[in-house]
Design a protein. Structure first.
Length: 194
């Protein structure tokens, strides 16, 4: 991500602003945190799209990489040294997340390409299947362990924020994120087995 967020020559003011926003976010300022994530997403989106497009992936994959980057920024926010520039730290995370996603997708493509042609019809049909209806989704989520079920229901079905789900479920926001990712991984694994 050599040139992402370079654009308009406002790198120094943006660096100071992002550093200030991260420091405020660490002190509990949710508005500053939301602004930081919004600005980072806006700045990184074109660069991530360009990088993944060069590797043959589309805009939807770039959005996935961007979301993984924002989650990593949240999870690793405590690792940023406030005495150092924040932009290179953010760029490094974005670069790693984009490449991780490209590697995962590349392995999936390789498995699909190596599959016998008879299997392709089944895979294509499965990919074109409509997403589960809300009742089906609720049924799938109901099979999860209690903690993951509560988190996946709150975030995925009800659309609550991580903070609201954490408050409702009496969990930390980090624990909510972990349970959500574990629940989604279980659902994906079940879907692959089915």
């Amino acid at each position: 991500m050599e040139h992402e967020a370079a654009g308009t020559g406002d790198a120094a003011p943006r660096e100071r602003r992002w550093s200030a926003l991260m420091i405020a976010a660490r002190e509990g300022d949710r508005a500053a945190y939301a602004r930081l994530l919004a600005e980072v997403a806006e700045a990184l989106r074109p660069a991530i799209r360009a990088r993944l497009a060069r590797l043959g992936f589309d805009a939807a994959h770039a959005e996935d990489a961007l979301q993984e980057t924002l989650i990593a920024l949240h999870e690793k926010g405590g690792t940023w040294d406030g005495r150092r520039p924040i932009t290179p730290w953010i760029r490094a995370i974005a670069r790693h997340k984009a490449l991780d996603l490209a590697r995962r997708l590349g392995r999936a493509r390789a498995r699909t390409a190596a599959a016998p042609v008879e299997d392709w019809a089944e895979r294509i049909a499965a990919e074109e299947a409509a997403p589960p209806a809300p009742a089906e989704a609720a049924h799938l989520v109901a099979a999860l362990p209690r903690r993951e079920r509560g988190v996946v229901s709150a975030l995925g079905l009800e659309g609550l924020t991580v903070a609201a789900a954490a408050m409702r479920l009496g969990m930390s926001e980090g624990a909510v994120r972990v349970a959500f990712h574990r629940g989604l991984a279980r659902l994906r694994a079940r879907a692959e087995r089915a």
